[in-house]
Design a protein around this ligand. Sequence first.
Ligand code: HEC
Length: 135
Amino acid sequence: MKKITILTAFVIATCAVNSFAQTVVKKSTRTTTVVKKTTTTAAAGKVSAVTLEQGKQLLAKNDCLSCHKVDVKIVGPAYKDVAKKYPANAENYEKLTQKVIAGGSGVWGEVPMSAHPSVPPADIKKMVQYILSVK
Ligand code: HEC
């Protein structure tokens, strides 16, 4: 009888420890997700006012404004529409920088954007960061 009691106590204790451990794991997973989200927002928000201003000026220095305006579609989409489509985050900065370098069509219509192989990628990234900030 004593043995059974000890065994039962052991089983109960094991279950308790188990479910406690699971709660801890769940909690820590949740914390990780929250931390990740904060990091993404912080990364997007990290673009300084100086960088955005440089991006804006680079658009004017390059040929971009002959095909794009901030709020009206000309040959290319309005930058406001581009900003609506893509949230400002590291992934989209990279993706759109590559698109501007390579040029191409298919996302907004059949008309292609010219390629920009001779513009420094760092400059293009600043322009993209500015574009995704116009909302
Ligand atoms: C010859 C006209 C033209 C020029 C010059 C031009 N664009 Fe574009 N741009 C377009 C067109 C057309 C599209 C839509 C392409 C598509 O549908 O895939 C576009 C699309 C884009 C997009 C969105 C891409 C996507 O996949 O959603 C960005 C960002 C962009 N242009 C930035 C720039 C920047 C920065 C410059 C200057 C370095 C520039 N464009 C110069 C015509 C142009």
